[in-house]
Design a binder for this molecule. Structure first.
Ligand code: THU
Length: 130
């Protein structure tokens, strides 16, 4: 099953997390409609606000090589609680991937599923600019 692999890729991506300031490791993996997977991790910066979250790293990697259609994103952390994407990432996911499945995995490997619209109701979307 593809989601099993997606979850594994997100968990593995956490190992590349560059988080010397927060020590909070996050991994993400996004699945395209065609079945390709792109991973991402959080990358922090000494000028803290320039930090990028794992979700945006994964999506930007995919977009940067021409991907445009997505079905799911997995977010993986070491925490016992389920970590949901920050507000900025919710907007980016909504804008670039639409109402996809957002799968959260905690440190013990449990999962919780949402859709973008559950986490970001009434989004501002590209058609609003038409
Ligand atoms: N972070 C993510 O990568 N994704 C989230 O969903 C929440 C927060 C990162 C940003 C920062 O490097 C660290 O976690 C602490 O906020």
């Amino acid at each position: 099953m593809k989601y099993k692999e997606l979850i594994e890729v997100a968990r593995n991506a956490k190992n590349y997390s560059y988080s010397p300031y927060s020590k909070f490791r996050v991994g993400a993996a996004v699945l395209t409609k065609a079945g390709k997977i792109y991973s991402g991790c959080n990358i922090e910066n000494s000028s803290y606000s320039l930090t990028i979250c794992a979700e945006r790293t994964a999506l930007f990697k995919a977009i940067s090589v021409g991907e445009r259609e997505f079905v799911a994103i997995v977010i993986s952390t070491d925490e016992k609680d389920f970590i949901t994407p920050c507000g900025a990432c919710r907007q980016v996911i909504s804008d670039l991937a639409g109402n996809i499945e957002i799968i959260l995995t905690n440190g013990s490997g449990k999962i919780k599923k949402f859709r973008t619209n559950d986490l970001l109701p009434h989004p501002f979307t590209p058609p609003n600019l038409e």
